[in-house]
Design a protein around this ligand. Sequence first.
Ligand SMILES: Cc1cc2nc3c(=O)[nH]c(=O)nc-3n(C[C@H](O)[C@H](O)[C@H](O)COP(=O)(O)OP(=O)(O)OC[C@H]3O[C@@H](n4cnc5c(N)ncnc54)[C@H](O)[C@@H]3O)c2cc1C
Ligand code: FES
Length: 509
Amino acid sequence: MTDTAHPAGPDLEKGLLEADLPGEGMLVGHVKDEPVLLARQGGDIFAIGAACTHYGGPLGEGLLAGDTVRCPWHHACFSLRTGEALAAPALAPVSCWRVERRDGRIFVHEKMAEAAGRTAPSSGSAGAHMVIIGGGAAGHAAALTLRREGFAGAVSIISADQVAPYDRPNLSKDYLAGEAPEDWLPLAGTDSYAENKIELQLGVTVTEIDLPGRRVILQNGTALNYSKLLIATGAEPIRLSVPGADLPHVRTLRSLADSRQIIARAKEGSRAVIIGASFIGLEAAAALRHRGVEVHVVAPEAHPMERVFGAAMGDFIRELHESHGVEFHLGHTVTGIDTGHAQLDDGTRIAADIVLAGIGVRPRLDLAEKAGLAMERGVLVDQYLETSAADVFAAGDIARWPDPYSGERLRVEHWVVAQRQGQTAARNMLGKREPYRAVPFFWTQQYDIAIDYLGHATTWDRIAQDGDPAAQDVALRFYKDGRVMAFATIFRGKESLKAEFEMERGRSP
Ligand SMILES: Cc1cc2nc3c(=O)[nH]c(=O)nc-3n(C[C@H](O)[C@H](O)[C@H](O)COP(=O)(O)OP(=O)(O)OC[C@H]3O[C@@H](n4cnc5c(N)ncnc54)[C@H](O)[C@@H]3O)c2cc1C
Ligand code: FES
């Protein structure tokens, strides 16, 4: 057998000169057929898996920051010492290998046993019951974190979804495009809930939170006592309110069932009208074009995504879609729908086999509201993600938290934010008093373009552009009062990671 069967880079079992590993640097080689990242930090050298456990991102092209490495694709963070996934969207650790330094050379030997978690099982947790309402990004990450932190008591996820937690962002991207099979979507293997002793109640709605009684009431009347409670009920799509909005070919996109239904109608040559030039609408437009569907986008604004990225980037996004055959009807709204058409406010009729309303979401707040928790266009939480009621936490799309970088209270609808809040909330349910400091981050994928966005800016004084979106190489800084409030990039993964690192420390990148 020749070396060509192995991944690229030096064979680390055979060793390499210490001088070949840059000071405070990284290098990717292999051990047998596995790519391994060798990293020097301080006086130590570490060897960990080189592929991110989220979607296989190349950690060697990421950022070495202290004793962690961050993935250039969606900003997951791994410990060099233990391989642990410290920050979502990766939830599983990477492997670690034993390193030996001898005679000025570095040798990587056998793989070490996977760390069971970051903490030994806690003995005092035996009678405790952690209840999580919601089996989405935040709820799933919280349950997993409770176990990885060594919590030995009962953990229950109550989810109105019919299926186990899945990768929601994929529903408007590769899965909708037909590029990702459905078995990529689950966030964990079917056995892993039982293995981790996480009780997963699917298709079950919580109808009430009884704060004084420390219990939640399920739709069948059953009550479930909790020691600590996490509310992570997410958001639901806003429905259209025009004549014909209840016709069967008028859809929204939030759940796996929604995505399946759209796919069932998205035959080559069929026609889709997408209402809203938002993330969901435009990602769906790209995915449906990939299936050969004729796509029209109708939206009231002059430039797609202008409120997030500004007009110039909005125009780039429009041109990107137009170059793939999408037709825009900007400055217009849909006033009515019948079985074969959508009608615009100027009287235009567009043939439509599918009408997809991507006109925003509304956080699901009724449970928290009815329970009497403090609200402010979301569930108010403190820096530990605890609500106004002791031992009751909230995370994800519903939570409005104090963001240290902006100094504002934010509520955003981002996958990574929801997962990281789930992780932090879980640690605080265990009494760790860990403030939530992560800088908001999201990405969007449209055709072969991925845009990363850090921070949060609803208004700005100016946008500084470095590079050119048309060349697929740009960084945009959104300034307010001389400070960068948000940072958007196309194909500048490392720069985005560095900016995140700076913003976490309160510094304007
Ligand atoms: C198609 C699509 C694509 C997206 N793409 C991206 C992206 O590329 N990048 C990005 O950053 N973000 C993206 N998002 C947003 C991201 O998915 C959300 O911000 C994230 O899922 C929020 O997580 P959550 O845990 O708060 O809520 P969710 O993931 O929505 O989970 C909420 C859960 O609560 C359950 N629930 C609600 N009410 C009850 C109740 N009363 N009783 C029991 N269970 C209940 C629901 O059934 C669900 O399981 C996308 C969203 C969609 C829909
Ligand atoms: S592939 Fe690494 S964070 Fe997504």
